[in-house]
Design a protein. Structure first.
Lengths: 749, 226
C-alpha cells in the first residue's frame, strides 16, 4: 500500500476513508475535513479518531465537568489545577503533592491481569510526568456478584495484575475498596490512584515551547499492542457478539516502568526537561498533539525514528499504539547529551524524534514525506462537544418510593445477633485481606497506615514527620437511588475517612464511572452526580484537582449503578499523631459522634438481609461533616483519642467489629436512650464516627465536642473477648473473626 | 570508627532506600553501590536488598548474579566479608552459589505480604549476634517466589551444621521445606532470608515493630569491635 501523504490527500479528495470503523461519527469526519480544508491523511485520521474518542476528548462529559472549574472553593493549597496530567496541591514545608484516580475498566474485563496492571502503570506515569516521585498507590475495585463464576475469572486476574505490576514497581499499595454487585457483572470497575511528592520548584508541565528544543521519546519500544484502546474499548458499549477485542488491550512491563521512574527522577534532578508528557491512552498521537497544543504550537516529528518492537508497523499504527512504559520530553539542545547519558545509565532507550518549530502546525514525516499537517489544538483541545439529552428516569420515583424502612426488622436479640454475623460475613462487609495481602504495603519504608485502616497514610519527610493520607470511596447503591446525594455521600465518606486518620482533607480527585452517555437516563445520573460533587466540594472547601470519566460501562441495555468514586487527599503535620482504627486498650471509652436516624435506603443491611435496593439514601449535611472532621483532627493532634473509625456502609456494628478485630479486644455496648438496638447497630446515617477515648481524656474530649456543638454519646467500653450489646446479645471475637475473615478466602482461594 | 555498609542497587531493586535507612538508623554509614560498578568503595559489609532485579525475568536473581558488582561481592564474601541477602538478595545469593538451595514460586501461587513470625535458630552469625538463639521475632514478609528448596542431603547438612538461621513460626507462608526462612554459610558471614528486617526498624512505619534492627546492630558491633 502506498503512503498516504498530505500531498496525496489533497490530490485525492474522494478517496473513501474508514472513519466509521475508527469510531468517528459522520459529522465529526466532516468537521475534520473542514478544519484541514481537505480530507485527512490516514495518519491524521488515526490521530483525530483516538483524540476525539470519548475517553480522550470528554466530549459527552465536559459540559458537566466544567462546574468543577466554576464552583471552586477558596483554597490556597492548589498549585496546578484540572487539565494537566494530574493536579498538584501545596502540603507545606516546600512540598507539593500530586494525585489522581483513573479508570481501566474495559481492558480489565477483557484481559483482567494486563488490564489492571497497565491501569497501575498509566496512573503512575501521569504522576511521574508532573515531576513527582510516586510514593503510593490505591485501587478502588468493583466486581459482579461474589459467587458468580465470571467473578472468579475477573477478580483473581485483576488482583494479580495490580500486585504483579505495583509490587514490582516498588510502590506501597495503601488503600482502595473492593465492592461486589451484580450490576458490575459484565463491567467490572478497575480504578487506580497514585500519589506523588515533589518540591514546589520541581513541578513539570506538559508543554512544548522554545523553537529548536528537541522532542525525545524514551522508554519501551513501540509495538502493536493497545491500538485503538481508547476509541475501541473505552468509548463503546460491549456487545456479546463481535470480534475479540483482546488485541486492543496493552501489555505491561513493570520492570521497564521502574527503570523509567528512576531514570526520569534523575533527569528531573538535573533540571534537563522543559516539558514532559507520559504516553498513555492514544499514545504518540496524544503526547505530540497535547505537548504542541499546550506550547507554542509548532512541532516537527520524524516518525520513522521511533524505535519499534515490530518493524512492520504502519505510521498510523505507530501513532495509535498504546504500548506502555513510554514518555516524551521536550529538551533544550544543550541538555540532550546529558539526557541521553542518564537514559543509558538506566538501560532506557531514548531517541530524538523531532523538535519544536517556529510555526503553529504539528507536522509529522515518514521517511522524508509529510503525513501529518494539523493545528495541534484542533486535535488535542478542540474536539467535539456534545450536549447529550438527559432526563430523570421514569422508574426513579418508584425506586425512591420503595422505602427500606418498611422492610422486616429483627424481632429480638437472637435475630439481631444472627443478622450481625450475616452482615460482617457478607462479601461487601467481609475482610478484604485475602486481596490486600497480595499487595506490598511496606516498600519504601514510609507506610504509616494501610488497609484496612480508614485511610492510607505515608510519611513524606523523615525529619519533620510530615505526611499525607488518602481514602477512596463510592457507593453505587446510594447513587442509584439519588445520584446527587450519592456523589455527595461518596465525597463525605472519603473526607470523613481522611479526617478519622488524623489528616486534614485538602483536595479531591474523582473517577466517574457511568453507563452510556447516549442513554438520557444515564446522562441524567451523570449530570446529577457531577452537580452534587461540585456543590459538595464547594461547601467542604476541597477543590477537584482532576480525575477521569469512564462512560459506556454497560452491557447491552443495562448500565452499571452510577459510581462516582472520590479520592480525598489530606495532610498531617506529624504522622506520629495518626489515629488507627484498632480498639487496642482495655478500659477505654467508646463514644459515638454525630446523630443516628432511621436511614436504611441503599444500606448494607437492606442488601444482605433483604436483597433490597430502594428508598432514599442517607441525608447529607456537609457542614456537620466539616465539624466532625475538625473534631477528629483536633482530638488526634492533641492526643485525646487512641482510635477512630468512620461509620458508613454496615453502620455502627460493622465499624465496631472491624476495630475490635483489628485491636484484638472486645467491646461492651449500651444502646443509647432514644434509639432502638436495630437502628443503633445498622443505620447508615452520615456524619458519624466512633472513637476510643482514654479515661484521662474523657472530660477534655467531651468538653471539646460540647463547645463545638457536635452530638457525642457514650456507647460503651473496650473490654473482654466478645462484642456484647447489653440486653440483646453477645458474640465472641473468635466467632466474629471466622465469619468476617473467611468469606473471600472461601470464594477465591 | 563507624562501619561502612554498602547496599547494592540493581535495575529493579526496590528496597535499597529502606536498607540504606536501616543501616543509618542502626548507626552505621550507608553507602550506595551500583550494579555496573565493580568497586565496593571501601565498605565493610554489603546488603543485597529486596525487589525484582531485572524484573525477575528468567529466574529471580539469575541475571543480577552476573552483574559486575557481584564479581567483587562473590570474591569478597568468600574471603570473609559479611553479606546479607534479603528476599531478592537471598535469591541472588543462591544463584551466585554463595548459599545452597533455591527459591520456588509460593505453593499457593500468590504474592503474599504479611507480618511474619520467625524463630532465630542461629544467633552466632555476623548478622544475628544481637539476637539470642530461639528468640522469636516478627518482620514483614512479601514475595512471590519465597519457597525455599534444596535436596534432602543439603537440608540435612544445613540442619546438622546449624546453618538454618531462621524458621517460620505460626504457619509456613509458602511451602518452604522444613519451614526454612533463612540460612547462613558455614563461616557465618553470608546470610540470606526471605522476610524483610529492613522494614522493621522503626515503631512508626510498617508493622510498628523494630524486631529487624538487630540484623544491623549485630553487624555494626562485629565490625566496630573487629
Amino acid at each position: 500500500m502506498s503512503l498516504d501523504t498530505v500531498k496525496h490527500a489533497a490530490e485525492t479528495p474522494d478517496t473513501g476513508q474508514p472513519w466509521k470503523e475508527l469510531g468517528l461519527k459522520e459529522d465529526e469526519y466532516a468537521r475534520i475535513r473542514e478544519i484541514l480544508g481537505r480530507r485527512p491523511t490516514g495518519a491524521e485520521l488515526a490521530m483525530y479518531s483516538v483524540m476525539w474518542s470519548e475517553h480522550c476528548s470528554y466530549k459527552s462529559s465536559k459540559v458537566h465537568l466544567k462546574q468543577f472549574g466554576e464552583k471552586v472553593p477558596a483554597n490556597d493549597a492548589m498549585l496546578v489545577g484540572i487539565g494537566e496530567n494530574a493536579g498538584v496541591v501545596d502540603v507545606g514545608q516546600g512540598y507539593a503533592v500530586t494525585f489522581k484516580v483513573e479508570s481501566h475498566n474495559h481492558p480489565s474485563y477483557i484481559e483482567p491481569y494486563q488490564g489492571a496492571a497497565t491501569g497501575v502503570g498509566g496512573i503512575v506515569r501521569d504522576i511521574l510526568a508532573m515531576g513527582a516521585r510516586p510514593v503510593a498507590v490505591v485501587d478502588p475495585l468493583r466486581f459482579g456478584a461474589a459467587d458468580h463464576p465470571d467473578t472468579r475469572r475477573v477478580l483473581p486476574g485483576v488482583v494479580a495484575g495490580i500486585g504483579g505490576y505495583g509490587n514490582c514497581l516498588g510502590l506501597p499499595n495503601i488503600g482502595g475498596e473492593v465492592v461486589f454487585d451484580e450490576c458490575y457483572q459484565g463491567n467490572p470497575l478497575v480504578n487506580a490512584g497514585c500519589i506523588g511528592v515533589m518540591k514546589h520548584e520541581d513541578i513539570h508541565l506538559a508543554k512544548a515551547s522554545g523553537p529548536g528544543n528537541k522532542v525525545i521519546l524514551y522508554g519501551a519500544r513501540t509495538g502493536g499492542d493497545g491500538i485503538g484502546g481508547v476509541s475501541v474499548l473505552a468509548s463503546e458499549t460491549f456487545e456479546s457478539t463481535g470480534p475479540a477485542k483482546r488485541p486492543a488491550v496493552q501489555v505491561g512491563d513493570p520492570f521497564q516502568e521502574k527503570l523509567l521512574i528512576e531514570c526520569t527522577l534523575e533527569i528531573f534532578k538535573e533540571k534537563l526537561v522543559a516539558g514532559i508528557q507520559d504516553l498513555g491512552g492514544a499514545g504518540l498521537s496524544c503526547a505530540t498533539s497535547e505537548l504542541a497544543s499546550a506550547g507554542s504550537g509548532g512541532m516537527r516529528v520524524e516518525l520513522d525514528t521511533v524505535p519499534l518492537r515490530d518493524s512492520s508497523l504502519s505510521p498510523e499504527e505507530i501513532l495509535m499504539s498504546e504500548s506502555q512504559e513510554r514518555m516524551c520530553a521536550i529538551v533544550e539542545p544543550q541538555h540532550v547529551d546529558r539526557f541521553l547519558e542518564i537514559c543509558e545509565k538506566w538501560d532506557v532507550i531514548a531517541t530524538v524524534i523531532g523538535e519544536v518549530t517556529e510555526g503553529s502546525q504539528l507536522e509529522i514525516f515518514w521517511h522524508g514525506e509529510q503525513i501529518v499537517d494539523v493545528p495541534p489544538r484542533s486535535v488535542a483541545h478542540e474536539g467535539p462537544t456534545y450536549h447529550r439529552p438527559f432526563a430523570r428516569p421514569s422508574c426513579q420515583d418508584a425506586l425512591q418510593a420503595d422505602d427500606a424502612g418498611k422492610l422486616a426488622r429483627p424481632a429480638d436479640g437472637a435475630e439481631l445477633r444472627e443478622q450481625v454475623l450475616k452482615l460482617v460475613a457478607s462479601p461487601n462487609q467481609a475482610s478484604k485481606s485475602w486481596i490486600t495481602d497480595q499487595y506490598d504495603r511496606f516498600v519504601q519504608g514510609n507506610t504509616v497506615l494501610a488497609m484496612p485502616e480508614d485511610a492510607g497514610m505515608v510519611r513524606i519527610d523523615e525529619e519533620s514527620n510530615l505526611g499525607v493520607a488518602m481514602a477512596t470511596d463510592g457507593n453505587g447503591r446510594y447513587a442509584k437511588l439519588d445520584p446527587y446525594t450519592g456523589a455527595q455521600l461518596a465525597l463525605a465518606e472519603s473526607y470523613r475517612n481522611v479526617a478519622a486518620s488524623g489528616a486534614r482533607p485538602l483536595a479531591i480527585s474523582d473517577c466517574l464511572n457511568f453507563g452510556s452517555p447516549e442513554d438520557p437516563d444515564v446522562m441524567w445520573q451523570f449530570a446529577e452526580a457531577t452537580r452534587g460533587l461540585a456543590d459538595g466540594c464547594l461547601e467542604l472547601g476541597t477543590p477537584v484537582t482532576g480525575g477521569n470519566v469512564s462512560l459506556y460501562n454497560q452491557t447491552g441495555e443495562t448500565a452499571i449503578h452510577p459510581t462516582p468514586v472520590v479520592a480525598v487527599l489530606g495532610v498531617i503535620d506529624d504522622v506520629t499523631r495518626r489515629t488507627p482504627v484498632a480498639f487496642a486498650k482495655e478500659g477505654q471509652l467508646l463514644y459515638l459522634l454525630g446523630d443516628t436516624h432511621e436511614e436504611f435506603g441503599g444500606s448494607a443491611w437492606s442488601e444482605v438481609i433483604h436483597r433490597h435496593l430502594g428508598g432514599m439514601p442517607p441525608k447529607v449535611d456537609l457542614s456537620r461533616e466539616k465539624l466532625l472532621g475538625e473534631i477528629l483532627i483536633s482530638a488526634s493532634r492533641d492526643g485525646m483519642i487512641d482510635a477512630a473509625h468512620d461509620l458508613s456502609d454496615g453502620g455502627l456494628i460493622q465499624a465496631v467489629t472491624e476495630s475490635c478485630l483489628r485491636g484484638g479486644k472486645g467491646a461492651r455496648l449500651v444502646v443509647p436512650d432514644g434509639l432502638d438496638a436495630f437502628t443503633f447497630l445498622f443505620s447508615e446515617s452520615a456524619g458519624r464516627a466512633v472513637v476510643s477515648v482514654p479515661r484521662s481524656e474523657e472530660l477534655r474530649f467531651t468538653d471539646m465536642c460540647g463547645a463545638r456543638a457536635l452530638p457525642v454519646t457514650r456507647i460503651g467500653v473496650v473490654d473482654g473477648e466478645e462484642i456484647e450489646v447489653q440486653g440483646e446479645f453477645s458474640i465472641a471475637l473468635g466467632e466474629l473473626r471466622t465469619a468476617h475473615e473467611g468469606t473471600l478466602k472461601g470464594l477465591f482461594a | 570508627m563507624t562501619a561502612r555498609i554498602g547496599v547494592v542497587t540493581f535495575p529493579g531493586t526496590l528496597d535499597d532506600r529502606d536498607a540504606l535507612r536501616a543501616v543509618r538508623l542502626a548507626g552505621a554509614e550507608p553507602v550506595s553501590l551500583w550494579h555496573r560498578d565493580k568497586g565496593l568503595h571501601q565498605v565493610d559489609a554489603v546488603v543485597l536488598a529486596g525487589g525484582f532485579s531485572y524484573g525477575d525475568y528468567l529466574r529471580a536473581g539469575a541475571i543480577s548474579r552476573f552483574s559486575p558488582v557481584m564479581e567483587t561481592v562473590i570474591t569478597e564474601a568468600k574471603a570473609g566479608m559479611p553479606v546479607l541477602g534479603i528476599c531478592n538478595g537471598f535469591q541472588i545469593l543462591t544463584e551466585a552459589h554463595l548459599l545452597p538451595g533455591a527459591m520456588l514460586r509460593n505453593n499457593h501461587l500468590h504474592f503474599i505480604c504479611r507480618d511474619q513470625k520467625l524463630r532465630v535458630e542461629n544467633a552466632e552469625t555476623s548478622w544475628t549476634s544481637d539476637y539470642s538463639a530461639g528468640q522469636e521475632i516478627s518482620v514483614p514478609l512479601k514475595n512471590m517466589d519465597g519457597r525455599y528448596t534444596a535436596d534432602e542431603h543439603t537440608l540435612d547438612e544445613l540442619e546438622a551444621e546449624g546453618r538454618v538461621a531462621f524458621r517460620y513460626l505460626d504457619g509456613n507462608p509458602n511451602g518452604s521445606l522444613r519451614d526454612i526462612a533463612g540460612i547462613t554459610n558455614a563461616a557465618g558471614n553470608v546470610v540470606g532470608l526471605m522476610p524483610h528486617p529492613e522494614h522493621a526498624v522503626e515503631p512508626l512505619v510498617g508493622t510498628g515493630r523494630t524486631d529487624g534492627l538487630g540484623f544491623f546492630t549485630s553487624i555494626i558491633k562485629k565490625l566496630v569491635n573487629a
